[in-house]
Design a protein around this ligand. Structure first.
Ligand SMILES: [Zn+2]
Ligand SMILES: [Zn+2]
Length: 328
């Protein structure tokens, strides 16, 4: 089933025709819990990985804000899913549930063994399902992995660390099915297994990234209608997991151009979000899910910082140039 963003509450192009020049496609991925195969696009799902290619490991140093055995994270998610199902069927005995949760936790112990840990799948994006990805003449599959731990030395410190693989699916003959997993992780960096319902929308730069005069006109209008979120949050930029589009709202740090070491400006490629919408961005809930309240507000259950987004950038000059990241 498709997922469709409702019409935006304001017709920006009628208000500011000059914005048309800045419209850019973004693809809302609309991840929903499911069981994707390696032949489908997914978040947290199995990757179409060549059996003869080494699985990537993380070479960064780690300093974990929160860590737990990876196997426990998966078992805890499975327990929660089962508990939620049982809760819908009838009242639970919370004393029993508490005991079960404690028993589950006691079953898993793991410590960092010092070896470079294997990464975990974050996203698999087939171009046929997720349009507007770069170099479609050469690639038809983009795989995004990360190390689900905190990296004090990384560009965006104390966040998961990304790695990418650009591929042509037809070149992969035999697929790796026994994938190595890390010993420990920050459970907040482990995505739930989700299928995708990609939808292309149009995004506009946030006011901090617009030309000064246009930004001023937008702010004046927002003041006049007494809605400070009318542009950035209600119309210009979609919340949630997405590809392409524009950068996030500068707020944690001052705006700066995201430049590649070659001098090119890097462009947004992939955005990992702490949820699909929140109390302020509920207008983005798809029309097909009207009335579902919070049910689909956070299918992936990844948390970036204090509920931020982590955006991965790419250099349009070459896929071999290091990808930059920024947290918004
Ligand atoms: Zn790492
Ligand atoms: Zn570059």
């Amino acid at each position: 089933m498709a997922r469709t963003t409702p019409p935006r509450p304001y017709d920006l192009l009628a208000l500011f025709p000059e914005l048309a020049a800045y419209g850019k496609p973004a693809v809302r991925l609309h991840p929903r819990r499911g069981e994707p195969t390696a032949d489908e696009s997914s978040i947290g799902g199995p990757l179409l990985w060549p059996v003869d290619e080494p699985w990537p490991v993380c070479e960064f140093d780690h300093e974990d804000n929160m860590d737990e055995p990876y196997a426990y994270t998966l078992a805890w998610r499975a327990y929660l899913e089962d508990r939620n199902r049982r809760e819908k069927e009838g009242a639970l005995d919370w004393d029993v549930e508490r005991r079960r949760a404690e028993e589950l936790e006691a079953q898993f112990t793991a410590e960092d063994d010092g070896a470079a840990p294997p990464l975990i799948p974050v996203a698999q994006l087939y171009y046929r399902e997720v349009p507007h990805l770069p170099w479609p003449d050469r690639y038809d599959l983009l795989q995004v992995l990360w190390c689900p731990r905190d990296h004090p030395e990384a560009e965006t410190p104390y966040n998961p660390a990304f790695q990418l693989r650009w591929r042509r699916a037809e070149t992969i003959e035999k697929v790796l099915d026994q994938v190595p997993v890390p010993l420990i992780c920050n459970g907040e960096y482990v995505p739930n297994r989700c299928v995708l319902h990609p939808e292309t929308i149009t995004e506009y730069p946030l006011t901090a990234d617009l030309p000064v005069e246009l930004a001023e006109a937008v702010r004046t209008w927002a003041d006049r209608i007494d809605n400070s979120t009318a542009y950035n949050w209600d119309t210009a930029s979609a919340p949630g997991w997405k590809t392409s589009g524009y950068g996030g709202a500068w707020g944690i740090i001052d705006p700066y151009p995201i430049l590649c070491e070659c001098g090119e400006r890097q462009l947004p490629l992939f955005t990992a979000a702490s949820g699909e919408f929140d109390g302020g961005t509920g207008s983005w809930r798809p029309v097909e899910e009207a009335g579902t309240e919070w049910e689909f507000a956070d299918p992936v259950e990844v948390v970036i910082g204090r509920g931020y987004t982590l955006q991965l950038y790419y250099c349009p000059a070459s896929e071999d140039h290091p990808n930059r990241t920024e947290m918004f």
